[in-house]
Design a protein around this ligand. Structure first.
Ligand SMILES: Nc1ncnc2c1ncn2[C@@H]1O[C@H](COP(=O)(O)OP(=O)(O)OP(=O)(O)O)[C@@H](O)[C@H]1O
Ligand SMILES: [Mg+2]
Length: 425
């Protein structure tokens, strides 16, 4: 390697922090320093970060049940002066769906932490929630001040002001999804997202989290509930959800081929899903579409991981170019922590955009698609359990695909540096 090349490589790693890309962290702090990176971020519409519309709509599709949680929440709000209502549950049980439904129905001020889209830093939460408070309570600020993101001071002020504006019997409820997905170095003494220990009268915060022993949230007034897969109330909802798919003609046909009644099918699916909605969201449409038509009912995969495995094997068998197109496309989407366009995936993988689009269509049930007016569609992995499956079972830590992105940016940087060299000559 020439001295110049060595110097260039060093510059790439040190100055531009290429390592942040290696770790799949595309939201690096150094974005502003380099045009090619910032152009990547500019390509993502700003309102994609601000709005949770796509997320809410996709999570609430076919939503039903959860009355037992809503009743407990309402009782808590009615009985207490203020406080935190903490909902815990394992991945895929339906926490985000429940929160999305609450927000849609009740119009609560909200924030969804979504690690897969890198919307999981305290500053995103503070900017979004403070702006919503100012707008909703017509507080006297024309914008959120810059230092509002560095501590809980401004949020506290707003909550106090909003609390004072509440009429008798009026309540302010803020919904925050997925505290476990929050990323961000806070002082060790601070609460997660700088949430206050005490809330003003009439103010309530509903949060969700995967069960964790030591969630950094110390508060004086709270109630915890757990959504348990094998609880009677969850199983009741799951049964209703399965039954809501039985009227479908194709489903009826499959049931008759399998020689099972609706009741037997419901019980079998409850067992196979292990009580997780995420499983049913994949497997029920797959049954309808005839994907399990050749097997017996009891041969259906048990649990999400088995379903992911089976789907992977099916895709491998069906597509001779699986390793060339289908695998890299979905693995790249699992690495990039942003919704990205077909063209960007094509650039990372060095595939033709048409091939990328074809692969995206095949993986559609595992993806979220963002369509913002005036821009091209963007894609991201739908659920973290699928990303985990890829990391653990397909490519350790997705290292191959991290390197692929790394290579792309290195190439772009080299090109940029040599262009600069050319200009300075
Ligand atoms: N009550 C429900 N009715 C209909 N569909 C549901 C319900 N609850 C969850 N789902 C669907 O099941 C899937 C998994 O749910 P969700 O994403 O809410 O899980 P989660 O508990 O938030 O998981 P994670 O901890 O990984 O964030 C989603 O596609 C969601 O739309
Ligand atoms: Mg969730």
């Amino acid at each position: 390697m020439s001295q110049k090349e060595m110097a260039m490589n060093q510059e790439i790693t040190v100055k531009f922090g290429i390592d942040t890309v290696v770790n799949g962290e595309l939201t690096g702090i150094r974005v502003d320093e380099l045009n090619i990176w910032s152009s990547h971020f500019q390509a993502i519409p700003e309102d994609l970060r601000d709005t949770f519309e796509t997320f809410i709509n996709s999570r609430t599709k076919g939503f039903l049940g959860r009355q037992f949680i809503f009743e407990e929440l309402d009782a808590f709000i009615a009985q207490r002066e203020s406080g935190y209502f903490i909902i815990q549950g394992k991945p895929g049980i339906g926490k985000s769906a429940l929160m999305a439904h609450l927000v849609k129905r009740r119009g609560y001020i909200h924030h969804f932490n979504i690690a897969l889209q890198a919307i999981n830093k305290p500053e995103y939460f503070l900017s979004s929630v403070c702006a919503q408070l100012i707008a909703l309570f017509e507080l006297d600020y024309s914008a959120v001040p810059n230092d509002a993101y560095k501590s809980g001071v401004f949020l506290n002020q707003l909550l106090a002001k909003a609390g004072k504006k509440l009429k008798l019997d009026e309540r302010l409820v803020i919904a925050i999804d997925a505290l476990d997905e929050v990323d961000g170095a806070l002082p060790t003494t601070a609460n997660i997202l700088y949430l206050p220990e005490d809330l003003p009268g009439g103010v309530f915060i509903v949060v969700t989290s995967r069960p964790k022993y030591r969630l950094p949230l110390r508060v004086t007034n709270s109630r915890e509930v757990e959504l348990k897969a094998d609880s009677e109330s969850n199983e009741k909802d799951v049964r209703v959800y399965i039954k809501s798919h039985l009227a479908d003609k194709q489903m009826q046909q499959h049931l008759s081929d399998w020689k099972v009644t609706g009741e037997e099918f419901t019980e079998a699916m409850l067992k196979k899903s292990e009580g997780y909605f995420m499983y049913l969201r994949h497997v029920l449409p797959a049954i309808k579409a005839g994907r399990f038509v050749h097997g017996k009912l009891d041969e259906l995969p048990r649990g999400l991981k088995e379903y992911y495995h089976e789907h992977w094997k099916q895709m491998q068998a069906e597509h001779p170019n699986f390793d060339k197109f289908y695998k890299p496309v979905v693995c790249i989407l699992a690495v990039v922590k942003e919704a990205v366009s077909v063209n960007l995936v094509a650039a990372y993988t060095e595939l033709d955009p048409d091939q990328v689009l074809r692969a995206i269509r095949e993986w559609y049930e595992f993806l979220d698609e963002y369509k913002i007016k005036g821009t091209v569609p963007m894609y991201t992995i739908y659920h973290a359990t699928f990303q985990k499956f890829l990391k653990e079972e397909i490519d350790p830590d997705l290292r191959t695909y991290n390197s692929m992105i790394n290579r792309y940016y290195k190439k772009m940087l080299k090109r940029k540096l040599s262009e600069q060299d050319g200009e300075s000559l």
